[in-house]
Design a protein around this ligand. Structure first.
Ligand SMILES: C[S@@+](CC[C@H](N)C(=O)[O-])C[C@H]1O[C@@H](n2cnc3c(N)ncnc32)[C@H](O)[C@@H]1O
Length: 257
């Protein structure tokens, strides 16, 4: 029997975001998302004024909306999960920002448009092999204008802390091992201690650097995550030490010559 597109999408995502779209959206409200993930992401992105931006693996539009609100001229969001895109479109209908969303596999994307900036928070960690990473890099390079930039936040390949080390922030991260393509399981907890699990894949930093440079990107740089001054002020001294010292996620940027 031939698999239908939904089955293929499910396989490609390896986490069925359609089933957990609302819970994932809720997990974006945890303080570390704002004060570590989002703060570091926008530090690396820099000035967005008048930029035309593509947000790959946009999910329910968490960053798509913020990128527009921070000054981008245009933002297009693409995600493989129709459940996530539906939530993004609902938010757009409630509070129109002029955002355009497409439900598509980023690996097969071929838009007739080039962008100043491509963002893709948590896309690259869905590549299971160096070849998939290379193909993601090609899609990114093909959709960037010369001089355009790519910025992402991703699972940090070098994270080594214990599974429960991030529990005080509301999540855990577990690497099956550190072989290429090994599963990484994230669990995001809610206040009632229920949780959703998300699975992505380990590929070494060097695999990322090779794949992206072979795809036509240069100036590849990793960016350690930091706590925002606002986050530091809002919490007890040392609250962010564990996450900043163990770096479960990491920024990555590159550009197209
Ligand atoms: C962890 S969520 C991140 C969503 C959003 N970028 C954010 O930071 O809130 C990962 C997203 O990647 C999407 N995704 C995974 N593989 C994809 C692919 N091949 N093409 C497009 N989207 C993909 C999933 O559907 C999911 O919405």
């Amino acid at each position: 029997m031939k698999p239908n597109q939904q089955d293929l999408n499910r396989h490609r995502m390896s986490t069925n975001y359609n089933a957990i779209a609302r819970e994932y959206q809720a997990s974006k409200m945890l303080p570390w998302r704002k004060h570590i993930e989002s703060y570091t992401f926008f530090q690396v992105v820099g000035d967005l004024s008048n930029l035309h931006v593509l947000d790959l693996a946009c999910g329910e539009g968490f960053y798509t909306r913020q990128i527009k609100l921070r000054g981008a001229a245009e933002v297009v969001g693409v995600d493989i999960s129709d459940g996530m895109i539906q939530l993004a479109k609902e938010a757009e209908a409630q509070n129109p920002l002029g955002l355009v969303y497409h439900c598509q596999d980023a690996l097969l994307l071929n838009l007739d448009q080039k962008f100043d900036l491509i963002c893709a928070t948590y896309l690259l960690n869905y590549a299971q092999t160096a070849d998939e990473l290379f193909r993601m890099g090609q899609v990114i390079a093909n959709h960037l204008k010369p001089g355009g930039r790519f910025v992402t936040i991703n699972s940090n390949p070098d994270y080594q802390a214990a599974v429960e080390a991030m529990f005080p922030y509301g999540f855990t991260r577990e690497n099956a091992d550190y072989s290429e393509g090994a599963e990484i399981t994230w669990r995001f907890y809610q206040s009632d201690m229920s949780h959703i699990a998300v699975t992505n894949y380990h590929l070494a930093k060097s695999t990322h650097e090779t794949a992206l440079s072979q795809a036509g990107l240069s100036a590849i740089q990793w960016h350690a995550v930091e706590a925002s001054p606002e986050g530091v002020a809002a919490h007890d001294e040392g609250y962010w030490n564990a996450i900043v010292s163990s770096q479960p996620i990491i920024g990555l940027s590159a550009s197209k010559a």
